[in-house]
Write a protein that binds this ligand. Structure first.
Ligand SMILES: Cc1cc2nc3c(=O)[nH]c(=O)nc-3n(C[C@H](O)[C@H](O)[C@H](O)COP(=O)(O)OP(=O)(O)OC[C@H]3O[C@@H](n4cnc5c(N)ncnc54)[C@H](O)[C@@H]3O)c2cc1C
Length: 386
């Protein structure tokens, strides 16, 4: 295979998707990534082009407008986008695993036919609203309410930090709510289309990272949607959330892996070029050992992540392995980005160098879709000690 990337789960189709996404990311995204980051701009044009590449809905069946590829293909696409720009990888991951994912898994045939095809084109995006100001890691503290009256769901509350929540491309949001109709705590997951009366969004600005992705606060003020907009049935919200996060963790792990790969390649090239004391700095043991550690972490992370994808693609339980991959790939992304800045010396702190953006972009990865602490809780439960 090309790219010198080997794993027992990789087939020729995976190699082809890697090469085509890598070429696309290098030619289309790389030239504009710095400017989009600086100006904090969400680019509809880039999203449309990613759509033309078929990367939205890449692992969604063809009957709903997708490419019908497996999880590993999707993960490789996210990895290759993140190797160049974390923001665009975030837009793709949020639309695929948080937007399309739960509708595909839990939606009725009618919901799938209405919502998914447009989301596979890159002309429309879908958001997943779980997090609230008072309900982050503790999602059971959700305060956004839903109640069924006269054939309509009435939704009140607010969500925060919602990816793909407020751009002109946003077609709607899957919102996690606590039911007012049950005495014991039950959660309803409901599909709300953009433009519904009472739904308001506010773009969140001044982010440290993912500055070219769309992050929003979303408010629900007596929002009314038809009864049939419930996803997966009444009271199924917890199950939907847990399943969605399992898959989402693979996406964030892929972003860690891709970012680390990009940072490592920049550091390697710089170390092989920069001369001090009459030789390239890669010839100093201190620098070559750093590079050896970076390459080893990437190799270990890739094996962990691809194994978790293989488990998912072959229908085996993958909760523990997804949490491990998310934890490990995002933690080593931080270490690799930090070492890459160190290898660049003072230049690594300048915005002229892409490594500065990578150093910022990695920091969300240990927080989004379950912090590192929460991943350890998930793993501890899976190994039976909690
Ligand atoms: C750019 C961005 C995009 C995002 N996109 C989305 C999205 O599309 N949809 C969505 O729903 N959410 C999204 N999020 C929200 C994200 O998932 C949450 O930020 C994350 O789950 C953590 O919640 P919190 O920020 O409220 O932190 P908190 O839960 O308040 O955590 C604060 C600290 O306490 C620790 N902590 C909490 N509980 C425990 C515990 N039991 N044991 C040990 N430590 C603990 C945490 O690990 C963390 O270090 C996004 C966030 C960002 C920044």
């Amino acid at each position: 295979m090309s790219n010198n990337i080997y794993h027992p789960a990789l087939k020729e189709e995976h190699d082809l998707i890697r090469q085509s996404v890598r070429d696309f990311a290098e030619k289309v995204i790389k030239p504009v990534a710095k400017e989009l980051d600086e100006k904090e701009t969400f680019s509809e044009d880039i999203v449309n082009k990613i759509g033309e590449m078929g990367l939205f809905g890449i692992n969604c069946p063809a009957e709903y407008g997708g490419q019908g590829m497996d999880t590993l293909s999707y993960i490789i696409a996210v990895e290759e986008l993140a190797r160049v720009d974390g923001s665009q990888a975030a837009t793709v991951a949020a639309n695929n695993s948080l937007g399309i994912g739960p509708i595909l898994k839990f939606g009725t045939e009618v919901q799938k036919k209405i919502y998914i095809p447009q989301l596979c084109t890159g002309k429309k995006l879908w958001a997943f609203g779980l997090t609230e100001p008072g309900a982050g890691s503790d999602s059971r503290a959700t305060k956004t309410t839903s109640s069924l009256k006269d054939g309509e769901w009435i939704i009140n509350g607010s969500k925060i930090f919602i990816t793909n929540g407020s751009s002109a491309l946003t077609a709607g949001i899957t919102v996690q709510t606590v039911s007012l109709d049950h005495e014991d705590k039950k959660f309803n997951t409901i599909l709300v289309e953009s433009g519904t009366e009472g739904l308001k969004t506010r773009k969140m600005k001044n982010k440290m990272m993912w500055r070219a992705s769309d992050t929003a606060e979303i408010y629900f003020d007596n929002v009314k949607v038809p009864e049939e907009n419930i996803l997966g049935g009444i009271g199924q919200g917890s199950k939907i959330m847990l399943s969605t996060l399992d898959s989402g963790r693979l996406s964030i792990a892929a972003m860690g892996l891709g970012l680390a790969q990009g940072a490592y390649e920049m550091a390697l090239e710089y170390a092989n070029t920069r001369q001090q004391f009459g030789r390239t700095i890669s010839k100093f043991q201190a620098i070559s050992f750093k590079l050896a550690d970076m390459a080893s972490k990437i190799e270990m992370g890739r094996n962990l992540l691809y194994n978790a994808c293989w488990l998912k693609d072959t229908g085996k339980p993958f909760t523990k392995e997804a949490a491990m991959a998310k934890l490990y790939c995002t933690e080593f992304a931080k270490e690799v980005a930090d070492a890459a800045v160190q290898i660049h010396g003072g230049y690594g702190l300048m915005k002229d160098y892409d490594i500065e953006r990578f150093y910022r972009d990695q920091r969300i990865l240990q927080i989004g879709e379950g912090t590192s602490e929460i991943q350890r809780i998930v793993i501890a439960r899976q190994i039976g000690v909690l």
